[in-house]
Design a protein around this ligand. Sequence first.
Ligand SMILES: NC(=O)C1=CN([C@@H]2O[C@H](COP(=O)(O)OP(=O)(O)OC[C@H]3O[C@@H](n4cnc5c(N)ncnc54)[C@H](O)[C@@H]3O)[C@@H](O)[C@H]2O)C=CC1
Ligand SMILES: O=C(O)[C@@H]1CCC=N1
Length: 271
Amino acid sequence: MKIVFYGAGNMASAIFIGMIENRVVKPEQIYLTSRSQKEKIMFFRENLGVNVSYDDTELLDGADYVILASKPQSFPDVAKRIRPHLEEKTKIVSVMAGTQIKTIRRELKTENPIARIMPNTNAMVQHSVSGITYSENFPNKDELVELMKSFGTTVVVEEEDEMHNITAATGSGSAFLYYIYEKYAESLMDLGFSEEEAMFLTTNLVIGAGKMVEDSELPFSQLRKNITSKRGTTEAGLEALDGEGIKEILSRTLYAAASRSQELSKDDADE
Ligand SMILES: NC(=O)C1=CN([C@@H]2O[C@H](COP(=O)(O)OP(=O)(O)OC[C@H]3O[C@@H](n4cnc5c(N)ncnc54)[C@H](O)[C@@H]3O)[C@@H](O)[C@H]2O)C=CC1
Ligand SMILES: O=C(O)[C@@H]1CCC=N1
């Protein structure tokens, strides 16, 4: 199998590192190309044993999968590189937020099978939860799902439009959680902890809570209740959180992200 990544940035590298660590593909089956980050891409070649090329003929010759992993705004340039060399057997897989299958089809001027996936950078530790949707002519979907299992779990989305919500929920979702951890650590410093102490405490709190979520069969609400004593410290803190409208804040966050995905998906042909 030959898998070619156009783009070797944060998302692409999380995927191919996840795949290689899980031994589902051999490093020599992976080909990388980019526009920027040439040092980084050479680092991947030296350290992982993947192939690197800037020659589109070589890259696309006999490719089974081409992964579109640039920013959506760079896709027209990527498409220009791919279009003249695309073979009939090659399946296209896009990780780009928003960009619709029909837009990819039009830019690449191809009838080849296309899938859109929405992973997250937890792919690097094989814990992405990824949405996937396919063009009607996509063959052997199981093969792609198997490949994706190497970097996490997969949720098949029947309607392409549902990708907007998945993008907000899990594509962007870990950034929202990291931001909360960041602010938690800053707030510990307001309480009087040093920066080092705040980082240590927050990091271990997050790891411990993650392990509890993984190992315990209890829902989040019960895990929370198990910590909350009547008229105790946790109750006081939770009342303050509710008073600030934590649920509304998170709803607005997710709505803003899903709306941005919709904006990014605007296709000239829809005007
Ligand atoms: N970072 C994340 O957590 C997630 C990102 N995505 C999607 O992944 C895509 C990439 O995002 P990041 O990896 O964060 O961006 P990034 O900026 O880290 O990487 C972008 C890559 O695209 C390459 N590129 C740009 N123009 C190119 C061209 N003409 N030919 C070949 N390569 C080209 C760049 O050299 C770079 O390697 C975006 O479309 C984003 O919507 C999806 C899910 C999560
Ligand atoms: O911020 C973005 O647009 C991309 C898509 C999901 C995560 N990062």
